[in-house]
Write a protein that binds this ligand. Structure first.
Ligand code: NVA
Length: 286
């Protein structure tokens, strides 16, 4: 049994397998409509969600299974109820769990005691489902992954950057990270790092919110000042394609002009969450 906690734990072949299955499902979704008949996914959310919540729910429905939404924001998980007991109990009811949590350690603990696969639906540390879907999007638009140059610009001390660092080198994407010195990633890996927005070049420019869910409101003003020079506008983007995991704060990390342009892939990225998550569910429940 395998969990999907971080892309770090997956080989190049496994990553490419997720993508090729997602491509097949996207082409002929009806062929897969009974694959998870009688199976249930438990969806745990400690943070808000639009794409992850809807795409997983719809993925289960379209594969013939069922999904249960469980809001953790008012639950006693980790307080009155231990993660160990929570995991052991839920493992007896459902077939697979996905969880959007704050601390990555909590997710690892959930997985440690789980008798069924656990999927990371975002932690402060990483967001593997997003990046696997993004690889599908890149392949669709460029016809390949190997040799593509991708610049991530903005808050590089976040879950999207971490997952890009683990994923890109494995599939041959050259990753360049451009960020303020104060918000650089703490993860080592095969990427180039720059603190000047002039270096935001490549086939793709990818950014993310300046205020991830786990960032306290007290830091917003400071971050806004630090990150302003790293906004993706038309001049910075040049001829590159634009990517963003969403939700976006329009006219902060990205201008309307860029996100609404023909170079923007953001809605394809959002759609591909559905196809890749079907592939993830099928592979983990095999
Ligand atoms: N870095 C963002 C991603 C949202 C999908 C966050 O954690 O809020």
């Amino acid at each position: 049994m395998k969990h999907l906690l971080s892309i770090k734990d997956f080989s190049k072949e496994e990553i490419l397998d997720f993508i090729s299955l997602a491509e097949k499902i996207k082409r002929k979704p009806k062929k897969f409509s009974k694959k998870l008949l009688g199976k249930t996914l438990l969806m745990l959310f400690a943070k808000p969600s639009l794409r992850t919540h809807l795409s997983f729910d719809i993925a289960m429905y379209q594969l013939g299974g069922h999904a249960i939404f469980y809001d953790l924001s008012h639950s006693v998980l980790g307080e009155k109820e231990s993660i160990k007991d929570f995991s052991k109990v839920t493992s007896r009811y459902v077939n697979v769990i996905m969880a959007r949590l704050y601390e990555h350690k909590q997710l690892e603990e959930l997985a440690k005691y789980s008798l069924i696969p656990v999927i990371n639906a975002l932690t402060n540390f990483s967001h593997p489902c997003q990046i696997l879907g993004d690889l599908l999007t890149i392949k669709e638009h460029f016809g390949k992954l190997d040799g593509i140059k991708l610049t991530f610009i903005g808050d590089a001390d976040n879950n999207i950057t971490t997952s890009l660092i683990y994923a890109c080198p494995k599939v041959g994407i050259k990753l360049n990270i451009v960020c303020p010195k104060e918000l650089k990633t703490k993860i080592s890996g095969r990427y180039s790092l720059s603190f000047s927005s002039k270096d935001a070049k490549g086939d793709i420019v990818y950014t993310d919110t300046w205020y991830s869910y786990h960032v306290p409101k007290s830091q917003y003003a400071k971050r806004k000042n630090l990150l302003k020079p790293f906004q993706v506008n038309k001049k910075l983007l040049g001829k590159a394609k634009f990517m963003h995991c969403l939700p976006a704060s329009r006219n902060e990390e990205v201008t309307d002009e860029v996100i609404d342009s023909k170079q923007s892939l953001v809605y394809d990225q959002a759609e591909n969450r559905l196809h890749i998550e079907k592939a993830i569910l099928l592979k983990l429940l095999k």
